[in-house]
Design a protein around this ligand. Structure first.
Ligand code: TYM
Length: 341
């Protein structure tokens, strides 16, 4: 039986990249669910403490907001298990068991700890020495998340491909060493939308941690805020037509890619649709209108859910107890295979 699994870090509100790269895909999958498939979607709150940490009060709020966001996008908690990773202690237990199989070399090749710690020069000993163990072993915890449920499919944005590759490697190493077929080889389900880039620097991905918050559109942004951010988005001075060319026109192409994602049509169809638009102001107005219309229902739902923290708590605790049931059974089997029992 298939198990589809994915998490998101609760480090603030969800942005367009999270939405098109992951969470809307989770919703689509949940809507299609036919019986027999297990769906688990939640927050990677244990991963979230590997980046500059919010204080405890802020963090508590982020975790609640993340559950509200998942529900506000329309994921039905009756069909999918919605939970916080930290509420299922087997994640950290399996992390330790897998860490004995993960080589320093394979973790060293991961790009994320380098970009998150701004390491450009690997001979800078002082900078390397300051990196936290948790940031370095982050992908092992991610592999543990996925393998704990024997997940077969993992819907993510393309920035997670490398971590998924490591997960498959660890699955394979474990199976080979213990002469078992216990862990599946989880398949990456890549979102149909290409990576969403920063509005102000379309060389970089759109990211919550961006120091300039005008580069990020949150799914809860009010229409005026969306309009303001799109107005300021970096484009170019080529006039009279708007077409997709990520090398020569990165800013315009990022907006076209966003339209294609939101409207669920190909890049070519977006180009046809906007062929009549001749100036930048009208183009940006069009992008704003499309985004405002798409995000309004989730924004309203988000505020409604946030008024009911008890309900959000109940959803995530019910989810955690369902997840724990699977996790407890699997970790026992894993420990038996390894000779602990
Ligand atoms: P996180 O919290 O950074 O991002 C959550 C999801 O959003 C996608 N994403 C994007 N997609 C397109 N364009 C962007 N600019 C963009 N930014 C983010 C990510 O690909 C991701 O799917 N390590 C994971 C969390 C995690 C996880 C897991 C995921 C922990 N354990 C197990 C899957 C399975 C992360 O940091 O995602």
């Amino acid at each position: 039986n298939a198990t589809i699994f994915s998490l998101i870090q609760p480090t603030g509100k969800f942005h367009l990249g999270n939405y098109l790269g992951a969470v809307r895909v989770w919703k689509d999958i949940t809507d299609l669910k036919d019986d027999g498939t297990t769906l688990l979607f939640g927050t990677a709150d244990l991963h979230a403490i590997t980046v500059p940490k919010p204080n405890a009060k802020e963090f508590r709020n982020y975790r609640i907001e993340a559950i509200a966001s998942i529900l506000s996008i329309g994921i039905d908690p009756e069909k999918a298990i919605v939970f916080h990773q930290s509420r299922v202690s087997q994640h950290t237990e399996l992390h330790w068991l897998l860490s004995s199989l993960a080589s320093m070399g394979s973790l060293n090749r991961m790009t994320q700890w380098k970009s998150k710690s701004n390491i450009n020069d690997q001979s800078d000993d002082a900078a390397l020495g300051a990196i936290k163990l948790g940031l370095f072993s982050y992908p092992v915890l991610q592999a543990a998340d996925i393998l704990l449920y024997k997940s077969t499919h993992v819907p993510v944005g393309d920035d997670q491909s490398q971590h998924l590759e490591l997960t498959r490697q660890l699955s394979n190493t474990f199976n080979k060493f213990y002469k078992t077929k216990y862990f599946p080889m989880p398949t990456t389900i890549l979102a149909p939308t290409k990576k969403i880039l920063s509005l102000l620097n379309p060389e970089k991905k759109m990211s919550k941690s961006d120091t300039n918050q005008n580069s990020v559109i949150y799914i809860t942004d009010e229409p005026e805020i969306i309009a303001k951010k799109i107005k300021r988005a970096v484009t170019d001075s080529i006039s009279d037509s708007f077409y997709f060319d990520p090398v020569k026109r990165p800013g315009i192409s990022n907006l076209i890619n966003t339209l294609s994602g939101v409207q669920r049509v190909s890049i070519e169809d977006v180009e046809k649709d906007i062929a009549h638009i001749k100036d930048h102001k009208d183009f940006k107005q069009h992008v704003t209108d499309v985004l405002v219309e798409e995000l309004a229902p989730s924004r309203e739902q988000f505020h409604r859910y946030m008024k009911n923290p008890d309900y959000l708590h109940k959803v995530s605790e019910d989810g955690a107890s369902k997840a724990r049931e699977i996790a407890a059974k699997n970790i026992t089997e894993i420990k038996r295979i390894m000779g602990f029992l």
